[in-house]
Design a binder for this molecule. Structure first.
Ligand code: HEM
Length: 479
């Protein structure tokens, strides 16, 4: 009986030796301030800017790659230089653990989550759907929705009201996404849109909460949690909306229609597959595709627009140059048309510079196929790695005065792999030009009539998307 008293101290001692061994000898990838108890969790909080600040200091010390320890036993390599990104993208195909939370909503066969020849085949079909001549038809939709928002902001300006910018811009991108992807016209400031917006927000929150909880890595624990129940309920509700839209669309589907939304193009693909005796995409798969596209398009684009407004508001000389350019391009018109977009050269540099400092997809993860060597440090195959876009964009190895906002740096083409707001390579963002056209249209139409005032400073925080804490408030002035 007495001997049993020795068991707990022995177990604690063995665990201590295991942690010491694991932290000291299991990896040669550097890091700083590692706690034997917390890993790096004691250095960061979700309630302030400490996660980005700590990682920025790690990037400045270690330059190419370092380990971030989520607790005492769980290191992940964070890659923050171009040589690291190149090695990761060339030696990985599967996305990292964080994407697992999306499987029940998007389906394993969706463009975002599938791999191998299935993904390649699908990606080729998507490339057709996102061709420049298809996308040009959507500029009208961006402009109509931008006009609705501008009219509201015009009234807000006249009443000298402070505006919740993020909330309004999210409604805009939700309406644009619904119309271009689903062929579903929403009223931007209606109760229906408000509810839809809340469901999408709740969905993003439960996915984030799942990913930051280390216990939820074990499926059986997650299945017992409230997070699982809430996620299942939201998926059911959002699937129901998508299902109704698909049924409505199928009733009026016309192969020869002159305008095609993405859902029309997906139905074209489904029909082609039937005609070619291939196994067609099921309706469930189409619903997974449209869910994933809307999710990929909505939050990213709204934050890109928001952070660009933020950057411009801090630099009146930049704002003046944009206003001058937009007046020259539009003349008497207030509404942007497709041909105007290629002429907004200065605005493009400003958007690039904002995407550099505030990339909405601040990081993404990959599972390595095989070992990679990042500047003499071996990252083991089979492990997940983080490509830390936010840090690569601020790494002094690749950018002069990285924390200075200077749109003119884009007079020169950035070094390969150093500018990754839409990732790069075969798995880059398929919606890049969809998003950029939308961003230029909204900003162009805004600066034709108004100016933005954002007095407070907002520090970014990583969630699924790089966002300000809670929201961002601003005031509009009519020119
Ligand atoms: C400013 C807006 C956007 C940003 C910053 C952005 C960023 C990204 C990034 C970084 C990736 C790669 C993620 C990874 O490899 O893990 C990606 C993939 C993707 N994006 Fe976007 N995106 C934006 C807008 C859009 C839009 C508007 C759409 C569609 C309408 C879209 C659809 C997709 C899809 C389908 C993928 C997965 C592609 C594949 O795996 O083959 N994105 N995006």
């Amino acid at each position: 009986m007495f001997e049993l008293l020795f068991i707990p101290p022995l177990l604690i001692g063995a665990l201590g030796i295991y942690i010491w061994y694991k932290q000291k000898y299991s990896t040669t990838i550097p890091c700083s301030d590692l706690s034997p108890v917390y890993g790096h969790l004691h250095k960061v909080s979700l309630n302030d800017n400490s996660y980005l600040a700590f990682n920025e200091s790690e990037m400045l010390k270690h330059k190419h790659v370092y380990n971030f320890w989520l607790g005492p036993l769980d290191p992940t390599a964070y890659v923050c230089s171009t040589s690291g990104v190149k090695a990761v993208l060339q030696n990985s195909e599967e996305k990292g653990y964080e994407y697992k939370a999306l499987i029940p909503w998007f389906g394993q066969k969706s463009i975002i989550l599938s791999t191998g020849s299935y993904w390649k085949n699908k990606r080729n079909k998507y490339a057709e759907m996102f061709r420049a001549d298809v996308l040009k038809d959507y500029v009208k939709i961006y402009a109509q929705n931008a006009e609705t928002l501008m009219n509201k902001w015009f009234e807000d300006a006249e009443a000298n009201r402070e505006i919740d910018l993020l909330c309004d811009i999210k409604k805009l991108t939700l309406c644009v996404g619904n119309e271009c992807i689903f062929d579903n016209k929403l009223e931007m400031f209606s109760k229906e849109t408000e509810e839809y917006h809340h469901r999408m927000e709740s969905m993003a929150k439960v996915i984030f909460d799942r990913n930051i909880n280390p216990f939820f890595k074990y499926e059986f624990i997650h299945k017992l949690s409230n997070n699982y129940k809430e996620t299942s309920k939201l998926i059911k509700e959002l699937d129901e909306i998508s299902n109704q839209l698909l049924i409505k669309k199928k009733e009026k589907y016309d192969r020869d229609a002159s305008f095609k939304s993405i859902i029309d193009l997906l139905l074209d693909v489904q029909h082609d597959m039937i005609e070619n005796n291939e196994e067609p995409m099921s309706d469930k798969e189409i619903i997974g595709e449209i869910n994933s596209l809307l999710f990929a398009a909505h939050d990213t684009s709204s934050h890109a627009i928001l952070w660009t407004f933020y950057c411009i508001s801090k630099y009146p000389e930049v704002e003046n140059k944009i206003i001058k350019e937009i007046n020259e391009v539009l003349g008497d018109r207030d509404v942007i048309e497709t041909d105007d977009l290629s002429k907004l050269k200065y605005l493009k540099k400003v958007v690039n510079e904002s995407l550099r400092l505030y990339p909405p997809a601040a990081m993404f993860t990959r599972k390595l196929n095989s070992d990679i060597d990042v500047n003499g440090h071996i990252v083991k195959g089979g492990n997940d790695v983080v490509v830390f876009v936010y840090l690569i964009h601020r790494n002094p190895l690749h950018w002069k005065d990285p924390n200075t906002f200077n749109p003119d740096r884009f007079d020169e083409t950035p070094e390969l792999y150093s500018f990754l707001p839409f990732s790069t390579g075969s798995r880059n963002c398929i919606g890049k030009f969809f998003a950029l056209n939308e961003i230029y249209t909204v900003l162009g139409m805004f600066y034709k009539r108004m100016r933005m005032k954002i007095d407070k400073s907002y520090m970014p925080r990583p969630s699924i998307i790089l966002k300000p804490h809670e929201t961002m408030m601003g005031r509009i002035e009519v020119q």
